[in-house]
Write a protein that binds this ligand. Structure first.
Ligand SMILES: Nc1ncnc2c1ncn2[C@@H]1O[C@H](COP(=O)(O)OP(=O)(O)OP(=O)(O)O)[C@@H](O)[C@H]1O
Ligand SMILES: [Mg+2]
Length: 245
């Protein structure tokens, strides 16, 4: 589904990503872990086209997408949520998700334009599956932090992606809210067949949901593989897992 090779990115001489490599197989949940400042968000911004790489390759569904504009990458079937909440807080919950549904249909440029009814139906279906239906007419700013994070994922799903990127989806959440996100990730993966790439500091969550883990340390991929192999990897223990106990 996604292949990242020898990716590099520097900011004013600071090498934030020095050698990132990643393979995301179709249908799997893959986690990128690493200490604060390891370059996880930068890597996500490079993959989604929000930042341009200095060198290296990113391939999505077999096609080169390195340096492609974010909207084009999104149209090819990739969507994301941000580490910091990124929603239109002045719009209602319904309007936020509908904007994403409409944008997807517009970009599809169907000869027969889908009716407004279809947008509404698709939006309501997404809200229902994310347990946000009851809040649909509320302003987003009135939602709890946890509901806002769930809404952000619902908005990402509006573009009907094949690959979903989640940058710290449970950052700042209570354990109950975290459980909800874990269940959501499992549901999207198992029931909807979505491929998911996420970053997380919560190791319990990572080892619960991920089928594969990539470890980023100072901008470099130091390991990637099955969770049990990562747990037993000496270089990973020294660089990262040791620090977090
Ligand atoms: N736009 C930017 N300009 C300059 N430096 C940047 C920029 N974005 C990120 N950096 C630096 O690049 C490094 C990697 O940052 P990044 O946000 O990717 O780390 P991270 O792994 O996501 O960390 P965290 O776990 O705290 O979210 C950091 O040292 C950061 O200060
Ligand atoms: Mg980050």
């Amino acid at each position: 589904m996604l292949q990242v090779e020898q990716l590099k990115k520097s900011f004013d001489g600071f090498q934030a990503i020095s050698d990132a490599n990643l393979l995301v197989p179709k249908g799997e949940v893959v986690a990128v872990i690493g200490p604060n400042g390891a370059g996880k968000s930068t890597l996500f911004n490079l993959i989604t086209g929000h930042l341009q790489a200095d060198s290296g390759h990113i391939r999505f569904q077999g096609k080169e997408i390195t340096s492609m504009a974010p909207y084009k990458i999104c149209h090819r079937g990739m969507a994301r949520s941000f580490q910091l909440i990124n929603i239109f807080s002045s719009l209602t919950v319904f309007e936020n998700v509908q904007a994403s549904v409409i944008a997807k249909h517009r970009l599809d440029q169907n000869f027969f334009r889908p009716a407004k009814k279809l947008f509404i139906e698709e939006t309501l279906e997404i809200l229902d599956s994310f347990e946000l239906f009851d809040f649909k007419d509320r302003s987003c700013s009135a939602l709890s932090y946890g509901d806002q994070k769930v809404l952000e994922i619902a908005i990402a799903l509006g573009s009907k992606p094949e690959l979903l990127l989640l940058d710290e989806p449970t950052a700042g959440m209570s354990s109950e809210e975290t459980r909800r996100i874990v269940n959501l990730i499992k549901h999207l993966s198992r029931e909807k067949g979505l491929t998911i790439l996420l970053t997380e500091h919560d190791m319990e969550l990572v080892f619960d949901v991920a089928q594969k883990i990539m470890v980023l340390h100072q901008g470099k991929t130091i390991a990637q593989g099955l969770p049990q192999d990562i747990r037993n990897d000496k270089s990973v223990q020294n660089a990262y897992l040791g620090e977090t106990g």
